[in-house]
Design a protein around this ligand. Structure first.
Ligand SMILES: Nc1ncnc2c1ncn2[C@@H]1O[C@H](COP(=O)(O)OP(=O)(O)OP(=O)(O)O)[C@@H](O)[C@H]1O
Length: 720
């Protein structure tokens, strides 16, 4: 069985219905919904129950307490509202241009309200001389203000309250809008829901905890998040709900961690034996950096502790993580355990394999390689060696996760990843052995602390914050496409100096065909510019056969080609110290982390390295920021912070956002770092005091956590 590797962000978030049964009710039973709309809500927004709708939060609020006069309306204004009365109606236009026009006066100016559709309905609902609030996007033509299809509301609502204040806006789809389920209709359903279950909402966190943290009670928070009574109450509601969301993620992660620590015995690697020592004294061609030594000590401590290690190793590109990983594998080997190293791509797996085989030359440690392209017969051989225990180190891709791969005694798993390996996938590894192996996750993209806390919150963290000596900082430049000739000139100069060059094209899934054409065109024009026999240009992309790819890479690595035209397949792992120039085409199409990763392919030798970002002339402000960040810093952590901030949705009107890459309903990892730290501290205190959440006061927490589904869950039922 193959395992689908989903993005690490696909964490399950604990928004299930609360203990309150009512929230599990089918939405079709909510007044105003019925079977058809229920179907639509389910299909379009994945809302099936009362609880789902209750937790479907507005994406923004518009302050409806502010009014303009018609005279204050100017060109290009966004949504505005005015108060006044309709003085008369008339019809204009013919056929499908036929429209109803209402003349609306606020006592000073006059605006036209125009409807092309729903004319009959408007005529029935809207009357002359009644005070209304008109809300919409105005246009001005020949000095006349008009609103097309505006919202028209009675000033005095049926329940006696005045319209106005912060009005919620819900995301809806086109399909929903055409079935009259627009934002306003969803707000109406929320109103009905509040009437029905609002008073019955029960706390999802222990009341004492809510009280001591001075959080808004859940009932009030869920009311104010949909219908804020004031901006202050909205902020309090947001805080409460964000806290709760982040708190349960943290509690889940920390509880899992505690559970593992308590229930799972780790293999003890007590010996530092021949493999490790011989490697260290004879085969290691350089001394370790202080950071590598420190991290190695941390890892060795874990491995000898009798507890199962789950550690994240963060370090910038080229900081020497793989080497540390390899040394941990040698420790496993010295203690008669097998180990494996899992890479995110086949190219990288191959590269690791070659590097490791070279490094271990003459030490008598057996190393195997397993990827998607390993032939059947070869596989069978590998499997037999693995099962008998003869094979000590296995390098590979996700193919290692397949159920057919059985080790005799797997003691250590190293995952070299690119934020692609989630909690769920890690859980799969723990099943590989009755006594789960130690796990070391290496990530080449430093990730911001808040993100690390959430994605890797169940792991210990080690950081290599030092590059091997002698590396010169890479110089990064940004050029517009119009400067291409200059760049060609620079390439020639560098080649004359004996350097090699990467030229990378984006290959993004959605537009693969077009990108592929770009790559081929790019290759053709580079060959024209750098013709044989003086120059050799190789090409590497994901659609090539493995042996063709290997051939091209081999030529480049051996210095037989000066230029490699490639897609991002070279993003990770390719290590050719003589390649000192990285040119990234259409750089604006890459994310910051990816640009940083790509840049990390150069700067590995003693020569000055360069990274050239080529972009079109017109750049969005985000793209400009990405380019300037790349030009101004080589620090992966700094880049990661900017990346996170840029990727957090920026559409704000005193509003909340959908949470970045996570399926968060309200919190935003980029912006809510403080709440996240707070939530983690609170969760930590709780599991420190009551690791299995057995105390009476933690009953609700346990009940809520037990509702986590899937592998990410901490299965309390296993605990007797
Ligand atoms: N202490 C050191 N001194 C000198 N060179 C080193 C040292 N540690 C590692 N290297 C070399 O630096 C290069 C990068 O190391 P390695 O591949 O282990 O880094 P990495 O952090 O895994 O990189 P990436 O994230 O790019 O995969 C390799 O050529 C490696 O041999």
């Amino acid at each position: 069985m193959s395992v689908r590797i989903s993005p690490v962000f696909a964490l399950e978030i604990p928004y299930f219905c609360s203990v309150d049964k009512l929230q599990d009710s089918d939405l079709k039973f909510l007044p105003g919904v019925g079977p058809k709309k229920a179907e639509l809500l389910k299909k379009e927004l994945k809302l099936a129950t009362f609880g789902d709708l209750l937790y479907y939060f507005p994406f923004k609020y518009i302050d409806r307490s502010r009014f303009l006069t018609i005279a204050q309306i100017e060109e290009d204004m966004s949504f505005v509202q005015v108060k006044g009365r309709i003085t008369s109606f008339s019809f204009a236009g013919e056929g499908n241009r036929k429209r109803l026009v209402a003349f609306f006066s606020d006592g000073v100016g006059i605006a036209e309200l125009v409807w092309f559709k729903g004319i009959k309905w408007i005529q029935q609902k809207v009357a002359v001389n009644t005070p209304y609030i008109v809300f919409g996007k105005p246009t001005i033509f020949n000095g006349r203000v008009s609103f097309v299809h505006p919202d028209v509301e009675v000033v005095l609502k049926e329940d006696g309250t005045i319209s106005g204040g912060l009005q919620p806006y819900y995301n809806t789809s086109e399909k929903m809008k055409s079935a009259f389920l627009n934002s306003k209709a969803v707000a109406k359903l929320q109103e009905n829901l509040q009437k029905l279950i609002g008073p019955k909402i029960v706390e999802r966190m222990p009341e004492d905890l809510v009280g001591s943290l001075k959080l808004m009670p859940l009932r009030d928070a869920l009311l104010n998040i949909h219908f804020p009574r004031s901006a202050d109450l909205l902020r309090k509601a947001q805080l409460r709900l964000k806290f709760e969301e982040l708190f349960y993620i943290q509690l889940n992660l920390l509880a899992q961690k505690k559970y593992r620590q308590k229930k799972i015995n780790g293999h003890v690697f007590s010996k530092v034996g021949e493999s490790f020592n011989n490697f260290y004294s004879s085969n290691l061609p350089f001394s370790l950096t202080e950071a590598q030594k420190r991290v190695l000590r941390e890892i060795r401590k874990d491995l000898g502790s009798g507890r199962q290690m789950n550690r994240l190793l963060q370090g910038d590109v080229g900081s020497g993580k793989t080497l540390v990983g390899l040394m941990a594998m040698l420790l496993a080997s010295d203690n008669s355990f097998q180990s494996c190293l899992m890479a995110p791509t086949e190219i990288l797996a191959n590269q690791h394999y070659k590097t490791i085989v070279d490094f271990l030359d003459g030490l008598g440690v057996s190393v195997g390689l397993l990827t998607g392209s390993t032939k059947k017969a070869e596989r069978r051989k590998l499997f037999a060696l693995l099962e008998s225990g003869e094979l000590q180190l296995l390098i590979g891709t996700h193919a290692l996760l397949e159920d057919t791969v059985q080790f005799k005694d797997l003691g250590l798993v190293i995952v070299d990843e690119q934020q692609r390996f989630g909690v769920a996938q890690r859980a799969k590894l723990w099943e590989k052995n009755t006594n789960p192996p130690h796990v070391l996750v290496m990530t080449a993209t430093p990730i911001p602390r808040t993100l690390a806390m959430t994605v890797y919150g169940d792991l210990e963290v080690s950081v290599i914050d030092e590059l091997p000596p002698g590396r010169k900082p890479i110089r990064t430049m940004h050029y517009f496409d119009s400067k291409r000739l200059k760049v060609f000139g620079f390439m020639r100069e560098q080649i004359k100096l004996g350097r090699q060059i990467y030229l990378v094209y984006p290959l993004i899934k959605e537009s693969e065909k077009m990108d592929f054409k770009d790559l081929q065109d790019g290759y053709a024009s580079i060959v024209l510019e750098f013709p044989p026999p003086e120059y050799t240009v190789v090409v590497v992309h994901g659609q090539m056969k493995p042996d063709e790819k290997d051939f091209s890479m081999g030529q480049f690595a051996a210095g037989k080609a000066q230029i490699m035209v490639a897609t991002t397949v070279i993003e990770v792992g390719v290590n050719v110290p003589n390649a000192s120039v990285m040119i990234i085409e259409s750089a604006e199409r890459f994310g910051l982390s990816q640009l940083h990763q790509l840049r990390g392919r150069v700067g590995r030798g003693a020569d000055q390295s360069f990274c050239i970002l080529m972009t079109g002339n017109k750049l969005s402000s985000d793209s400009r920021k990405r380019m300037s960040t790349m030009v101004s810093t080589n620090d992966g952590f700094e880049i990661a912070e900017v990346d996170l901030a840029l990727r957090g949705p920026g559409d704000m009107e005193g509003t909340m956002q959908s949470g970045m890459a996570f399926d968060l309903k309200i919190a935003n990892i980029a912006k809510d770092g403080q709440i996240l730290s707070w939530a983690r501290n609170v969760a930590e205190e709780i599991v420190d005091e009551d690791p299995l959440l057995d105390m009476d006061k933690n009953r609700i927490l346990k009940a809520e956590l037990t509702r986590f589904k899937g592998r990410d869950s901490y299965d309390f039922s296993q605990i007797s």
